[in-house]
Design a protein around this ligand. Structure first.
Ligand code: PNS
Length: 161
């Protein structure tokens, strides 16, 4: 069984994430979408909210399951018999950070390989942080996130989050 993980904060999941997850699901037998927490990023949605939005976004992909994780990604991989980490690369600006993480993860768990997938051009500018910023100011992000995520962003705005 070739099993991969798509890790991320997914705060919230965007159409760019769904594109990468869908493509990973065609490369591997099983894909685990794992929501972790990047302490250097500010969050809008709770871990439970992020998981729920991801589950709905991936509902049409039968070989994809969604799970939260805490601690090191490499430990999660070892505990779940996962040997590949799939990350989307948008632009050269992503590369330095992603390469550093891939090499750190390889030093922690040499059996876990990182696979970079180039983002589809229509999503190359898309980032959860930008989506949140635009949505907070009432901008239109309807083409950038799944409909249920759009509704959740609007609800957060109404709450004043
Ligand atoms: O959405 P992000 O910021 O790309 O997600 C990053 C995330 C959560 C996948 C990353 O921070 C992570 O793997 N965190 C788990 C802790 C860990 O393993 N840190 C060492 C990374 S080299």
């Amino acid at each position: 069984m070739r099993r991969a993980v798509c890790p991320g904060s997914f705060d919230p999941v965007t159409n760019g994430h769904v594109d990468i997850i869908g493509r990973a699901s065609r490369l591997f037998d099983e894909v685990v979408v794992a929501t972790g927490t990047n302490p250097s990023k500010s969050r809008m949605f709770s871990p439970e909210e992020r998981l729920e939005m991801l589950r709905e976004a991936c509902a049409d992909l039968p070989n994809v399951r969604v799970q939260g994780f805490t601690g090191l990604l490499t430990t999660f991989c070892q505990e779940n018999d996962i040997h590949a980490v799939v990350k989307g690369l948008r632009a050269v600006s992503d590369f330095d950070y992603e390469l550093q993480m891939a090499q750190m993860n390889a030093s922690l768990a040499p059996e876990v390989e990182t696979v970079f997938v180039p983002t589809s051009p229509e999503f190359s500018f898309l980032a959860s942080s930008l989506v949140k910023e635009v949505a907070r100011f009432g901008g239109d992000v309807s083409g950038l996130v799944p409909p249920h995520v759009l509704a959740a962003l609007r609800a957060k705005r109404a709450e004043g989050a």
